[in-house]
Design a protein around this ligand. Structure first.
Ligand SMILES: NC(=O)C1=CN([C@@H]2O[C@H](COP(=O)(O)OP(=O)(O)OC[C@H]3O[C@@H](n4cnc5c(N)ncnc54)[C@H](OP(=O)(O)O)[C@@H]3O)[C@@H](O)[C@H]2O)C=CC1
Ligand SMILES: O=C1O[C@H](COP(=O)(O)O)[C@@H](O)[C@H](O)[C@H]1O
Length: 586
């Protein structure tokens, strides 16, 4: 991909960084050390872990560092990508320095304030944005640049080790943020945005990234207006699209068809922010770079796998959106299914985005249609605890009375391929539960002819190994093992081999949005959803969603703050599974 700048936080070869950064005239990442050499060396030493890199690692970045020198003719591959990715066909003048314009559409909204602007600032702070960049907010709300800056500034933090120059950096970042008010379906308003973008981009090769942080009903309008009136004429134009991408196979297909009138697939970055989470990223590393795991990764050793998402708050404030989607579309069809596909895929040919997504699609296409009897749905009801009362889902004024929308669901899924034949993959997702967490649990089979079985009593399930990847909070990977309690007797207990991230690594973990934004800027697509992946994901869930709606299946009510409906236990038990998060030693 044509990347006209570097994110030179990556490389183990600091010399390359130094060399490349000199040639590309980069801004320094930090201001600690006095010379470039010490700065880069010391930064490399300090920040061995959790550096922000685009996701595909060295080869792409090495190429982009060396090949994207202004004035150097593009390679064949770059030339192809360039033609595919920009929509006008105008020729890029040679010898121009690149510049990046990021437009956050829906800048007045919750996600923009909470996640996107802070992530952009964190990237800037880390020196991962290109030297020349501008951020534009776009929304209908009337405000000026200063007002946008004021709003953004409230959510920016110099979270990374509280480094020096935080205030200066914030000010520098805010000075590069601008606002343009416009309607989402007005080509004229986007043409006016284009004019402002051009003023900032003057004399440079413009690359443009649009982040659609808006409700899905205006996705197509924005794509049309932005692509017709505000796409880059000579550089690349890319669009990040937030979920939900449709609400079933038909609407998703329709959305894709509409998008493709204006954009090529290469320009579309469908975001699933769970793919940007550190532990989800680590799943493949854990599996494919450690001999101890991959041989066990099949029906021969794994009894069941659980993907668990829970939030300890309800849909407060988002009821209007949520009621049209429900927990299955909000969490299962995307976040949990994506993790499942990564978990279960065969070894990809390489770490290239296409190779990985090819393997994920194969998993999705091998999945057995979901049976209604393998699903239970729930909805939270009001509850009082400790003198405080918590509202039920339908108490939200934006939720229609009598709504049957599930705020909780559990499902048993199966992958009908040689590796996973017969292994239940259980998913559970819920709002307003007793805790906030996301995790993957792998329960292994019993030890055949276990010499120590008499030490475990009758419940052999309790003695099996379990590998847990705690995605959040407090990231950790731990393996439950049986261990001899020290002493003269022979008593066994359950212990954890525990890799607790905060104990092992000093660096703060970047937010998923940082990684994904950086990847989109880099043109790295591995962590974004390809259209055939999306089709397969919807093909799996659409029949179930239709059945739930047509049959008007009433959700089982569970109290706000509880562990969810009892039905989830029956479902698991039906498949000889016990939810790992509910056991005594979870
Ligand atoms: N918030 C979150 O935590 C998450 C959100 N998402 C997705 O990200 C996108 C943005 O989410 P979020 O920021 O919460 O959304 P908001 O409801 O805050 O909407 C974003 C902006 O869009 C405009 N807008 C709101 N409703 C409408 C409407 N009916 N028609 C036209 N414009 C409207 C408003 O801007 P103005 O009126 O100024 O034009 C608003 O500030 C959505 O697709 C959402 O599903 C995904 C994951 C998590
Ligand atoms: O996509 C969504 O994710 C959030 C949870 O994200 P997290 O990173 O905070 O775990 C969820 O609250 C929201 O309903 C959903 O749309």
């Amino acid at each position: 991909m044509a990347t006209h700048f570097t994110h030179y936080c990556l490389h183990s070869a600091w010399k390359n960084e130094l060399h490349a950064s000199k040639r590309l005239n980069l801004e320094p990442c930090t201001t600690y050390a006095s010379s470039w050499v010490t700065r880069i060396r010391s930064r490399f030493r300090q920040t061995k872990h959790f550096e922000l890199n685009s996701s595909n690692g060295h080869p792409l970045n090495a190429v982009s560092l060396q090949d994207d020198v202004p004035g150097k003719p593009p390679s064949n591959e770059q030339a192809v990508n360039h033609v595919q990715e920009h929509s006008s066909g105008a020729t890029a003048p040679e010898n121009l320095e690149p510049t990046l314009s990021i437009t956050v559409v829906g800048a007045s909204g919750d996600l923009a304030k909470k996640k996107i602007f802070p992530a952009l600032f964190a990237l800037y702070y880390e020196g991962c944005l290109p030297k020349n960049f501008t951020v534009f907010g776009y929304a209908r709300t009337k405000m000026n640049d200063e007002e946008l800056r004021e709003i953004i500034s409230r959510t920016l933090t110099c979270r990374i080790d509280k480094r020096e120059n935080c205030d200066d950096k914030m000010e520098q970042f805010l000075n590069r943020c601008f606002y343009h008010s416009g309607m989402y379906d007005s080509e004229d308003d986007f043409a006016a945005l284009d004019k402002k973008l051009k003023e900032k981009e003057a004399g440079k090769l413009p690359n443009r990234l649009f982040y659609l942080s808006i409700p899905p009903n205006v996705f197509v309008d924005v794509v049309r207006c932005a692509s017709l009136r505000a796409s880059s004429e000579t550089g690349w134009t890319r669009v990040i699209v937030e979920k939900p991408f449709g609400r079933d196979s038909e609407s998703s297909g329709e959305l894709t068809r509409c998008f493709k009138q204006y954009l090529t697939e290469d320009q579309i970055f469908r975001i699933d922010h769970y793919l940007g989470k550190e532990l989800v990223e680590n799943l493949s590393v854990l599996r494919f770079s450690n001999l101890v795991f991959e041989p066990l990764w099949s029906r021969n050793y794994i009894r069941n796998v659980q993907f668990i998402f829970s939030e300890d708050f309800g849909t407060e404030g988002r009821g209007g959106y949520f009621d049209n989607y429900g927990i299955i579309r909000d969490i299962m069809q995307n976040h949990l299914l994506q993790i499942l596909a990564l978990f279960a895929m065969e070894t990809p040919v390489s770490l290239d985005g296409e190779d990985i997504r090819n393997e994920k699609v194969k998993v999705l296409r091998s999945m057995r249609p979901i049976q209604l009897e393998n699903v239970i749905v729930g909805q939270y009801k009001g509850h009082s605890k400790g003198g405080k009362s918590y509202p039920g889902y339908t108490d939200d004024p934006t939720v229609p009375k009598g709504s049957l929308t599930p705020t909780f669901a559990a499902a048993a899924l199966f992958i009908d391929n040689a590796r996973w034949d017969g292994v239940p993959f259980l998913m559970k997702a819920g709002k307003a539960l007793h805790t906030k967490r996301a995790e993957i649990r792998v329960q292994f089979r019993h030890v055949p002819g276990n010499l120590y079985r008499k030490n475990f009593g009758t419940d052999l399930d309790k003695a099996t190994n379990e590998l847990v990847l705690r995605v959040q909070p407090d990231e950790a990977i731990y393996l439950k093992i049986n261990n001899k309690v020290p002493g003269l007797g022979m008593r066994l207990d359950r212990s954890d081999l525990n890799l607790l991230y905060r104990a092992r690594y000093t660096k703060e973990i970047p937010d998923a949005y940082e990684r994904l934004l950086l990847d989109a800027i880099e043109g790295e697509r591995r962590l974004f959803i390809r259209s055939d992946e999306l089709d397969s994901a919807w093909a799996l869930f659409t029949p179930l969603l239709k059945e739930l709606e047509v049959q008007k299946i009433a959700p089982e009510l569970y109290p706000y703050g509880s562990r969810g409906p009892v039905g989830a236990h029956y479902l698991a038990a039906k498949h000889n599974v016990r939810w790992g998060d509910l056991s005594d030693d979870s």
